[in-house]
Design a binder for this molecule. Structure first.
Ligand code: PLP
Length: 236
């Protein structure tokens, strides 16, 4: 089977999973946006997904983003990885959404970059769900992000920054936990955020292994890598 056919079949299966999960949750499938996470895969796969109608594509490393995004300026590029302040300018140049705003010190760098690039950057606050995991952060279940208690301060900073638009929250479920419990926690964090910032409506949650649980708990964006592209080559 050629790669185009494989991607077509995978995309169809993923869309069916999303639809089924939405129906089961009493939600409309149009409420959920699929973001294809193409990290480690060649730009030819991005082209193939784009030809199949995918418009939202994400990367987790600046080095890959800056190579792939210029080849497909027609797509909406999302940055979902750990972000160093010194890479902010490059990420802002190539992406229109950053899912991983996780600390106050990053906000100034992103704002400065957005102003310099003359664009408005959509920002999601990456929330740590470690406290909903097996033993909290102590087990190494923490997969990054700001603690729920620190969300209001970070949100206020983003909302007040030039060039940034506070769009919502993002999270990765802790390893070895029930994703439902973690995503229910995220949904509460998101609701509290919306009560202060009405436009912050996005919930980026759910990956290939747990998209159903995320959709049950209000995800508006699911980030799918393996389900679309297959097993990633090891980065060593
Ligand atoms: C790699 C990655 C994904 C996609 O994970 P899969 O399990 O391959 O679907 C989603 N979110 C982030 C932040 C990632 O780094």
């Amino acid at each position: 089977m050629n790669r185009e056919q494989e991607l077509r079949d995978n995309l169809q299966l993923a869309q069916e999973r999303i639809e089924k999960a939405c129906v089961a949750a009493g939600r409309a499938p149009q409420e959920v946006t699929l973001v294809a996470i193409t990290k480690t895969f060649p730009v030819s796969d991005v082209a193939a997904l784009a030809a199949l109608g995918v418009v939202d594509v994400g990367e987790n490393r600046e080095q890959e983003l800056k190579v792939k995004a210029p080849e497909h300026p027609e797509l909406t590029w999302h940055f979902v990885g750990q972000l160093q302040s010194k890479k902010a300018r490059s990420v802002v140049r190539h992406a229109s959404v950053v899912h991983s705003v996780d600390r106050l010190s990053l906000v100034g760098a992103l704002s400065k970059a957005a102003v310099a690039e003359e664009k408005t950057l959509r920002c999601l606050l990456q929330v740590s769900l470690a406290s909903y995991g097996p033993d909290g952060a102590a087990t190494g279940a923490d997969r990054g992000g700001v603690a729920p208690a620190d969300v209001p301060e970070l949100a206020a900073e983003v909302a007040a920054a030039d060039g940034l638009e506070l769009a919502g929250v993002m999270a990765v479920a802790p390893l070895g936990s029930e994703p439902d419990k973690a995503f229910a926690g995220l949904q509460e964090v998101a609701a509290r955020l919306r009560s202060e910032h009405a436009a912050a409506t996005w919930i980026s949650a759910g990956m290939s292994g747990d998209l159903e649980a995320a959709i049950r708990h209000g995800a508006t964006h699911v980030r799918l890598g393996r389900a679309l592209l297959g097993t990633r080559p090891s980065l060593g």
